[in-house]
Design a binder for this molecule. Structure first.
Ligand SMILES: Nc1ncnc2c1ncn2[C@@H]1O[C@H](COP(=O)(O)OP(=O)(O)OP(=O)(O)O)[C@@H](O)[C@H]1O
Length: 225
């Protein structure tokens, strides 16, 4: 089932068109890779999806009301001292934040997510002492705790080593296989795109492409996408 359709989308910032006439679809249980050169406007499209900015032209058509969207940002190594353990940190994502008096259902759901994101062995470790891969899985766990319909990954595997990025994406794959989850991910990593995405949308100022990843072709001179 289709969850999202992008119709004739155009975004103009400060009098400059980033792109126009962008069309795409996202199906339930599918992963859409959002591609394009630096500065083309991938993050801007994600912001429009999350209603942080308005589209200049076109519209997003959602298959249902009140779609829950969760977001995982790019890994940053400069986390400041943060006095919560991984479990408490993930629990912050509950609507009313972390409380010692979580309900039984909330506790069970939190435990389930911690296990699925493979953080159960280190749930008591302070978040600011976790490795890059562990911290990124904790961000993913925060997003999954919201039980989203759509998960947005904005270069979420960038700056992670090979094994950490596959561990993260394997959790994402498990979720989209077992829940009604669709994923939109910005990535420049061809290995990750070919391993995990179903369709791609390549944004460009002179025209955008949408299609299945099997038909994704590297462009001349490109090392990655
Ligand atoms: N609020 C704004 N007003 C004007 N221009 C903006 C604004 N926000 C972003 N831009 C510009 O819009 C363009 C697209 O930015 P965006 O961050 O969406 O690109 P991107 O494709 O995600 O880039 P990257 O791959 O480098 O992360 C850039 O040239 C950026 O400088």
């Amino acid at each position: 089932m289709k969850i999202l359709t992008g119709n004739q989308i155009g975004i103009n910032l400060d009098g400059r068109w980033l792109y126009r006439d962008v069309n795409f679809e996202v199906q339930e249980h599918q992963v859409l890779a959002l591609l394009g050169e630096n500065g083309v406007g991938k993050t801007t499209l994600l912001k429009a999806l999350m209603q942080e900015i308005n589209l200049t032209e076109g519209n997003f058509e959602w298959a249902k009301k009140d779609v829950e969207i969760a977001y995982v940002p790019q890994y940053r190594s400069d986390m400041q001292a943060f006095p919560l353990n991984i479990k408490e940190y993930i629990g912050l994502s509950f609507d009313r934040g972390w409380r010692p008096w979580l309900s039984r259902t909330e506790k069970d759901w939190l435990q389930h997510i911690i296990k699925d994101t493979k953080l159960d062995q280190i749930a008591k470790r302070r978040i600011d002492q976790a490795s890059g891969g562990e911290r990124q899985r904790a961000f993913l766990a925060q997003a999954l705790l919201k039980n989203p319909d759509v998960l947005i990954l904005d270069e979420a595997t960038a700056n992670l080593d090979q094994s950490a990025k596959f561990e993260l994406m394997d959790v994402v794959k498990h979720y989209r296989d077992h829940h009604n989850l669709s994923v939109i991910m910005v990535s420049h990593d061809l290995e990750i795109i070919q391993g995990y995405a179903d369709d791609y949308l390549r944004l460009g100022p002179d025209g955008s492409e949408f299609g299945p990843c099997q038909s994704l072709k590297m462009r001349e001179g490109e090392q990655n996408v």
